[in-house]
Design a protein around this ligand. Structure first.
Ligand code: ADP
Length: 837
């Protein structure tokens, strides 16, 4: 870069600089100079006058004018050449004036004798000479001053550039080295020392080439890798360095430096030869970049790619394993169920029950292990489905009930604020609850276990549910309460011996809860029972529109079933035949389409198809697709599968299935599902097509619940309001009758509409008891009438039952009690009708 000299500070003429740079000191100097000039002028003039006078008096009159040399010399000295000459000329007049003052005759003789001419000439010469000498010396001094100033500025400039360069080298994050012509290091920065791990004295004056990897072998690299250095790398180094003098630079050279601790650093090297016009080559400038972090990032990326691939392989393996392991287990459990249904003596029955229990616990163990592997593989992915938390909680209690010890009660309590419709992953929530309730039942030998579900927090369109699982069991020592959430941790080894278990459950529960934005924790102390807490965020879902279905008899219905597992096929066939259905079974997808075509050609089409999804060859999805395109769009199709993966339900719906059930198949769930499928098809034929969602085991129960229409007979407006709010929040539909008489009228007008009557006992006009009697007299024998009374007096129950009431609940009514009543008297009744009709 060219410097604009005009703009370089400090390159002004020194005089200008004095004047412009520091005007005050310049003015002071000037005035001092003027004062001293005047002083010398006066002194010299005084000397002249005194000497002139003395010399005249002493008689040296003709040479007296010579003393004018003093003022003339001073003027020449101070004012330069011209004023000096003028002063010499002027001295003639002054001398004449002096003669004139002292003695008139002398000046005449001075003139007349002609002595004035050489004298004046001499004085002019002296004044001019002194003036000239003086101005020459001033010029020389000025010149010297300005030269000195320039040198000073140049030196400062150089120093500044040197410091800047030094700073640049020292502060550079990239290592920098400067070498002389012999490649000996003359300068380097801290980054270089940090890179190679040597001290300053160990580097200075050493050959720069020393820091390239020195010999063949296997080395650790700063990236964490290990590399083998072969001879080829030395060839590369010598070729590159050999070409340097000719090419004058090496750009972006990837190689290794060797650190003091012998590890290698991957580096990018740039070298430029330094040269000067007169001296030629003067050395080299080397900038190095440490590639460790770049390489690490590359490695991490590669690792991610590889682990993603291996995760995919792992999850494919898991899906496969889960199918492979569950399939024979389903066979074991299914056949044991069938065995239990046959005539067995008590010993055989006991063995069979033990096989079933062991099978079930093995299945749950396998599920835990598979789940754990899934968490490990980062595969915990949540589904989102609408579901009813209340049903789910009761379902969990039903599952746990058979595991309870004698004398242990199970209680389910649902908070009034809990909405009926929420959206989240019901399988995962159930898994956590079953696990916690399972533990509670395992460690409680007397007293009770309670599951309660409340709303902890509400934010727009989502709520945090808080489930508490309380037991009166053996408790956990306070110092172990947190550690049991770690993998494989149990309170102590004797727990394993006595109660079994893997120590995986709570850790899985906590991870699931955390994926749902919540947590699992416990409060407990030894011997004082425990409370386990489980929180999770769920979304608020839209209210469901539910149609009421009418059961269809199953007997003589024609079903096609396909499953590659012969044992499962047999279990299923057996179940269906027990309901007198006509079953055709296939152990693969092949031949199914053909059989269906034949059946519809012969005017005896299948009423239902049940297909296993994971069949080799033609799987359930492909088969359904073919059936839908080639045979029938409307035949109800049920998918069954032993592996539940995320997106299964969506895939089923897309393939054309109407419903999905997981294996092992539960008899009552299966019949309920078939009933729903057949009645829906019948309704469709009657009312026309409409977009339907895939039916699942949950949606069947939920639909049943929401389809319930309650007639509430209650006279007190406050109680009416409370009950309606509670029941509608829970998902039911309610109509109100304000007294017994009205209730009888409303029910008699539409007896098929109402599923249940909740009847207050004390009402004006017609009491609950009388209204019930009247209804029964009118012939409405089957409708469940549940009494609600505040008088929980002894004998009330009997009175109600005598009057023809079905059951009895105490006021204020509780949500879970209503649910239990409806389940017992409405929903389960419907199921039984479906199976037995
Ligand atoms: P597992 O029950 O399969 O061993 P968990 O992770 O579910 O594994 O439980 C870990 C341990 O925590 C149990 O072995 C038991 O010692 C303790 N524990 C869990 N729940 C309870 C409970 N309700 N009461 C007493 N101890 C419990």
């Amino acid at each position: 870069m060219e410097l604009d000299k005009n703009n370089v500070p400090g390159t002004e003429h020194p005089k200008d600089m004095n004047a412009a740079g520091n005007p005050d000191s310049a003015a002071a100097l000037k005035s001092e100079f003027i004062v001293s000039r005047r002083k010398w002028m006066l002194i010299s003039f005084a000397v002249y006058v005194v000497l002139f006078t003395v010399m005249c008096k002493l008689g040296f009159r003709t040479v007296a004018p010579i003393v004018a040399i003093f003022p003339v010399g001073v003027i020449g000295w101070f004012y330069g050449l011209k004023p000096g000459i003028w002063a010499g000329l002027g001295s003639l007049l002054v001398n004449i004036m002096m003669f004139f003052i002292l003695d008139l005759e002398i000046w005449e003789s001075f003139i007349l004798h002609g002595a004035w001419l050489p004298g004046t000439f001499g004085l002019v010469a002296v004044g001019g000479m002194i003036g000239w000498l003086r101005s020459m010396s001033v010029q020389l001094r000025d010149h010297r001053d300005s030269l000195e100033e320039i040198v000073k500025l140049r030196t400062a400039d150089l120093l500044k550039s040197k410091i800047e360069l030094e700073n640049l080298i020292n502060t550079s994050l990239d290592p920098i080295i400067v070498c002389n012509t012999g490649a000996f290091i003359t300068r380097f920065n801290k980054a270089f020392l940090d890179l190679i791990g040597y001290s300053e004295t160990e580097v200075l004056g050493k050959k720069f080439y020393n820091y390239f990897v020195g010999s063949q072998g296997t080395y650790e690299v700063t990236t964490g890798e290990t590399v083998t250095i072969e001879e080829s790398i030395f060839n590369d180094i010598s070729i590159k360095l050999g070409q340097l003098p000719e090419q004058e630079k090496i750009s972006n050279w990837k190689t290794y430096f060797q650190r003091k601790d012998q590890t290698l650093v991957p580096v990018l090297v740039n070298i430029v030869l330094l040269s000067e016009e007169q001296e030629g080559k003067t050395g080299s400038f080397v900038i190095v970049r440490d590639l460790t972090e770049f390489r690490k990032a590359d490695l991490a990326m590669m690792f991610r790619e590889v682990s993603e691939k291996s995760n995919q392989a792992k999850s494919a393996f898991l899906a496969n394993m889960s199918h492979e392991i569950r399939t024979p287990m389903n066979g074991v459990i299914g056949f044991t169920d069938m065995l239990i249904d046959t005539e067995l003596n008590s010993e055989q029955s006991d063995y069979a029950q033990t096989i079933k229990r062991s099978g079930e616990s093995l299945l749950s163990l396998i599920n835990d292990i598979l789940d754990y592997s899934k968490i490990e593989a980062g595969k915990i992915v949540l589904e989102e489905t609408d579901f009813d938390m209340e049903i789910l909680a009761f379902d969990v209690c039903e599952l746990i009930r058979p595991r309870l010890g004698k004398g242990v009660e199970i209680i389910c309590r649902i908070g009034d604020e809990l909405p009926a419709h929420v959206a989240a992953d019901p399988h995962r929530i159930k898994q956590v609850l079953v696990n916690l309730m399972g533990n509670a039942s395992k460690f409680t030998h007397s007293g009770e276990i309670e599951l309660s579900v409340d709303v902890e927090e509400e934010q727009d369109r989502k709520i945090m549910i808080h489930a508490q699982i309380r037991d009166t069991g053996i408790g956990i020592p306070a110092d172990r309460v947190e550690s049991i959430f770690s993998l494989f941790e149990q309170v102590d080894d004797s727990t394993t011996r006595r109660y079994g278990g893997t120590g995986l459950g709570l850790s899985i529960c906590r991870q699931i809860a955390q994926v749902m934005g919540g947590n699992v924790w416990a409060e407990s102390s030894e011997g004082a029972g425990s409370i386990f807490h489980f929180t999770a965020w769920v979304k608020l879902a839209e209210k469901k529109q539910v149609r009421r279905f009418h059961s269809v008899p199953l007997s003589a219905k024609k079903v096609l079933i396909a499953d590659d597992n012969k044992r499962n096929l047999k279990v299923l066939k057996n179940m269906l035949e027990s309901a007198e259905m006509r079953v055709e079974d296939f152990s693969s997808g092949e031949g199914v389409v053909e059989a269906m075509r034949k059946a519809s050609d012969s005017q005896d089409p299948f009423d239902l198809c049940i297909l296993d999804i994971m069949m080799p060859g033609l799987n359930g999805y492909e088969l359904t697709d073919r059936i839908r395109t080639q045979i029938s769009k409307s035949v109800p199709m049920l998918a069954v599968s032993s592996s539940i993966e995320k997106g299964d339900t969506k895939k089923c719906q897309k393939a054309g299935f109407n419903a999905f059930l997981p294996k092992p198949l539960n008899r009552s769930k299966l019949f309920k599902m078939i009933d729903r499928l057949l009645s829906e098809t019948a309704d469709k034929e009657q009312f026309g097509e409409e977009e339907t969602k895939l039916i699942t085991q949950y949606s069947v129960v939920e639909d049943d619940k929401y389809a319930v229409l309650i007639l509430l007979a209650e006279d007190n407006p406050v109680n009416q309001k409370l009950a309606v709010s509670l029941l509608t929040k829970a998902g039911y539909s309610v109509e109100i009758a304000e007294n017994g008489k009205k209730a009888v009228e409303m029910y008699s007008a539409k007896p098929h509409m109402f599923d249940v009557i909740l009847m207050d006992i004390q009402m004006p006009e017609l009491s609950g008891i009388d209204a019930t009697k009247l209804l029964r007299e009118k012939g409405f024998m089957h409708v469940p009438i549940i009494a609600m009374t505040a008088n929980a007096m002894k004998g009330d129950r009997e009175k109600c039952l005598e009057a023809g009431m079905t059951d009895y609940i105490a006021k204020p009514i509780k949500r879970e009690v209503v649910f239990e009543m409806l389940k017992k008297w409405v929903i389960d009744k419907r199921d039984q009708q479906a199976i037995t009709s």
